[in-house]
Design a binder for this molecule. Structure first.
Ligand SMILES: *Cc1c(COP(=O)(O)O)cnc(C)c1O
Length: 352
């Protein structure tokens, strides 16, 4: 607190990211990072740019990257918006598209950055409860709204909403923007990108932080109709003309071009997720069906906050949310086979 702060800053309650510990010998399964590195091609592309040309500003509109992403998803370049991590892309979406007269709708259990953006931009919102199985109830979104946003697969539950259901949601919500935050879609879901041709109010958001293992580079993008993208560009060009630097652009393009690396690392994560799920179940956990690179699990007999604490003492960090309805769950990022073994061995010791 300082008397120099504005009233606005004084009342802000910022988002709390998962811990990034200083000590390196911890097994970090708390922020859904990819256990495998980025494509070697992405690393090499960045290395090639470590020279005096970094004195130059990057291209403000990242045309090459937009074209690359457009080609990858069979869209046109004017349907792509890029930003400094999808959190920044989301911020511009909240500010430019979701601030309306009617309240924005999102699930009660969802990405905890959404209410923070609402506070930052003074957006009215209403949380729509998930059902007892933590699934989205479509009918509950069939009411006047100023926009709808949800992650798919949802975070932190991992549950996937089927493409047909998203199409149904769009069918009854033609007058407001529907944003599908697909941070984890590459781990087993079908992207709503294929619906863009049919619904001009759909916005799909992707990140290179999870499935492309570039969280440290901060690259995200949105896909929508050219008219919606033009609106986002207006916000971006009123905020930061150069959100992506030379290295980010080069790393992203190289990652998209190395499709075999991308596919094989995603496949490994999916296979590890499925075996981790079985292991956790045999240790007495209920595990929600996950289409993401994490699982959301609760133990039948043990307090989850206590389990998280004991894991921490054994050098493993997982995420626990002190939030209503989910405070008995742990969100565990899928690691390498070795990391997952460390986790299940530690849990077996703690539970013994
Ligand atoms: C990780 C995550 C993001 C943010 O990703 P960045 O691109 O790293 O900012 C956005 N939405 C959800 C649901 C996420 O889990």
């Amino acid at each position: 607190m300082s008397r120099y702060w504005s009233d606005f800053v004084t009342q802000l309650q910022p988002y709390t990211p998962g811990e990034q510990p200083k000590i390196s010998n911890l097994t970090k399964l708390n922020t859904n990072e990819n256990p495998y590195g980025p494509s070697p091609d992405a690393l090499a592309a960045m290395q090639r740019l470590l020279n005096d040309d970094l004195r130059l500003y990057p291209p403000p509109n990242a045309e090459d990257l937009k074209q690359c992403i457009a080609d990858y998803h069979s869209l046109s370049a004017d349907q792509i918006f890029v930003g400094n991590g999808s959190d920044e892309v989301l911020a511009h979406i909240f500010n430019g598209l979701l601030k309306q007269q009617l309240p924005l709708l999102f699930p009660d259990i969802s990405y905890s950055f959404y209410p923070v953006f609402c506070q930052l931009y003074d957006i009215q919102y209403s949380r729509v409860p998930l059902d007892g199985e933590f699934s989205i109830v479509l009918q509950d979104y069939q009411r006047p709204n100023g926009g709808i946003i949800f992650p798919n697969p949802n975070a932190p539950t991992g549950r996937l909403l089927a493409l047909d259901d998203i199409a149904q949601l769009l069918e009854v919500n033609r007058d407001s923007v529907v944003v599908v935050d697909e941070a984890y879609i590459d781990f087993g879901g079908t992207s709503a990108v294929s619906l863009l041709g049919r619904y001009e109010n759909l916005v799909v958001v992707h990140t290179l932080s999870k499935s492309r293992s570039l969280a440290g580079m901060r690259i995200g993008y949105a896909m929508a109709s050219a008219a919606i993208i033009e609106g986002l560009e207006r916000v971006k060009n009123s905020f930061n003309s150069y959100p992506l630097g030379h290295l980010q652009i080069a790393a992203a393009i190289a990652s998209f071009k190395d499709d075999s690396y991308f596919r094989s690392t995603c496949a490994q994560v999916i296979s590890s997720r499925d075996s981790l799920t079985v292991e956790l179940q045999s240790l007495g956990f209920e595990v929600l069906p996950s289409a993401a690179n994490f699982v959301f699990a609760r133990h039948s007999a043990r307090d989850s906050e206590d389990l998280a604490l004991q894991l921490r003492q054994q050098g493993l960090i997982v995420r626990h949310f002190k939030t209503d309805r989910i405070d008995q769950f742990l969100r565990i990022t899928v690691g390498t086979a070795e990391q997952n073994l460390l986790l299940t061995e530690s849990l077996a010791r703690i539970l013994a």
